[in-house]
Design a protein around this ligand. Structure first.
Ligand SMILES: [Mn+2]
Length: 339
């Protein structure tokens, strides 16, 4: 650990000790790491007797609604319906001593929740993504060598003055488990496994996480998977596998975009492919693309060219266009990266 990192951890600890009121914010379209990390910090601060709000742009995904205290999340979309600062702010969100943003560093990825940032005296970032060009101004506790923000948090937990309990263990374990794909992605290192073992000992329940996150799906999600597999296309001599989901197809099986979770990984099982992608028309002419790669291929770099981002092997971007235009725009870069 660099001394810069240690200094940031010390700064976060003193901001936590001195602050009275906090807001914890995960990124837009949150995953298990964002939600698990946010709730863990929320519980720890609450136990210290602090006033804490847990606010995200989006709702807690259905498959994470087994986590302790997930119902305490509040929606920034409801708070800021016009996606602008409002005059009649509820009293409890008028001021915060510290805003802690987790699993991201770019304020634009807070979406509606970014309007909370000016209400906070200071900001802290806890994240494991590479810093981009849009970074919140504040205490940066960032290290991209960690497989998950929850894993980074696990390592600094006591250094920032927090205690563990079984609910916190379950939240952090969920963050680590989801960002490592159930401990099977390349980022699953000894550090992640050691942390997981300790978190299980502290009360985390890994089989419950597997069941709730991956092994229980609504009928609509399985039907949507069927549609996506049926739409499978192959490019670059088999090196790129991709699929599409149109708005009409979502509607035909009664699915929402949440049901597309994990489908890109199924597409990526084509044995010859090194890059997989799923193009989803989740709103009219709004295309979300999830991209995955094997080995050393950096798809985050590709997605950054289209104002997206992510990790080397798991990234995404969005297009305001038709499905076919989004495919035409992105495929040349994916094919080039696959060669
Ligand atoms: Mn993460």
């Amino acid at each position: 650990m660099s001394s810069q990192f240690d200094a940031s951890v010390a700064a976060l600890r003193s901001a936590i000790e001195q602050g009275e009121s906090f807001v914890i914010i995960p990124h837009v379209n949150p995953d298990g790491d964002a939600i698990g990390s946010a709730i863990a910090v929320y519980i720890a601060l609450t136990k210290k007797g602090k006033r804490v709000e847990l606010i995200g742009a989006d709702e807690v995904p259905r498959n994470l609604r087994f986590l302790p205290r997930w119902e305490e999340f509040r929606s920034a979309r409801e708070m800021f319906p016009d996606d602008a600062p409002t005059e009649n702010m509820p009293k409890e969100i008028e001021h915060f001593d510290l805003a802690i943003i987790v699993d991201l560093s770019a304020p634009r990825r807070l979406a509606h929740a970014r309007h909370l940032i000016p209400l906070a005296k200071a900001v802290a970032v806890v994240d494991h993504h590479e810093l981009g060009d849009d970074v919140a101004d504040g205490i940066l506790v960032v290290d991209s060598s960690y497989a998950a923000t929850a894993l980074l948090l696990y390592h600094i937990w006591e250094a920032i003055g927090f205690e563990f309990d079984s609910d916190i263990a379950q939240c952090l374990l969920t963050g680590i488990a989801t960002d490592t794909g159930g401990f099977k992605f390349q980022n699953t290192d000894a550090r992640a496994l050691r942390a997981a073992a300790d978190l299980v000992q502290r009360g985390g329940n890994l089989s419950l996480i597997h069941e709730m996150v991956w092994d229980r799906k609504p009928e609509s999600a399985l039907k949507l998977l069927g549609v996506a597999l049926n739409n499978l296309r192959i490019a670059a001599n088999g090196k790129v596998a991709y699929s599409t989901l149109s708005l009409q197809e979502y509607e035909s099986v009664g699915a929402t975009d949440e049901d597309s979770e994990g489908i890109v990984n199924e597409v990526g099982k084509v044995d010859s492919c090194v890059i997989s992608a799923l193009f989803r028309e989740h709103l009219p002419n709004r295309i979300r693309v999830s991209v995955r790669s094997r080995g050393d291929i950096d798809v985050a770099e590709v997605c950054r060219k289209f104002e997206g981002g992510g990790h080397k092997n798991a990234a995404g971007c969005t297009f305001s266009s038709s499905l076919e235009s989004a495919i035409a725009a992105l495929m040349p870069s994916l094919e080039a990266a696959a060669l």
